[in-house]
Structures are given as C-alpha cells and as structure tokens.
Unconditional design. Structure first.
Length: 95
C-alpha cells in the first residue's frame, strides 16, 4: 500500500467491501468502524481511538491537538508533507 489515493483494491478487497456490515459512523452505528477503533485502542493501550478516512484528516487532527487555539503556531520544515502537499489546510481549518 503506497497511498490512500493511488492504491487500487484487489478483488478480495472489493468483495469484503461489498459484503461488509455497514452503518453510519457519524452517529456511531457502523460496526466495522467501531470494531476497528476498539481494536486500535486496545492495541495501543489507549482509552479510545478514532478512525479518519485519510492521512490529511489525521494530520489535521494532529496539528489541532498540539495547536488547539486559533493563532497558535506549528513549525514545519520547508519540505515537510503537511507544508508541501496539504495546501494550508491546517492554517485554514485550525487557525
């Protein structure tokens, strides 16, 4: 797996997606997401975990965790992934 934007699912992955039990994870009733979050929390020894569908969302959560107030600063290298590829999402959405 290289990236969530270029990896193409194989037939087995497509079959798993087509037959998966689903729900609305926004209101907390998707059993697959709930199971993944519970498994990850236990694996990492944490109270809880949250699933986000992309690396960009995960990076935004990470920045917001460390810079919770509008006007806070994050220091990034000039070639860091967040700076180079995510088009200012952190500053737009977290201030």
């Amino acid at each position: 797996l290289r990236s969530d934007t270029v990896t193409k699912p194989c037939e087995g992955m497509r079959q798993a997606m087509a037959t998966a039990e689903v729900g609305d994870d926004v209101i907390g009733d998707d059993p697959t997401v709930k199971a993944l979050e519970a498994y990850t929390a236990e694996l990492l020894g944490k109270e809880a975990a949250v699933f986000v569908p992309s690396g960009t969302m995960a990076n935004l959560l990470a920045v917001a965790t460390h810079c919770p107030s509008r006007g806070d600063e994050v220091i990034l290298g000039h070639e860091s992934h967040i700076f180079y590829y995510e088009q200012g999402g952190a500053s737009s959405l977290t201030g």
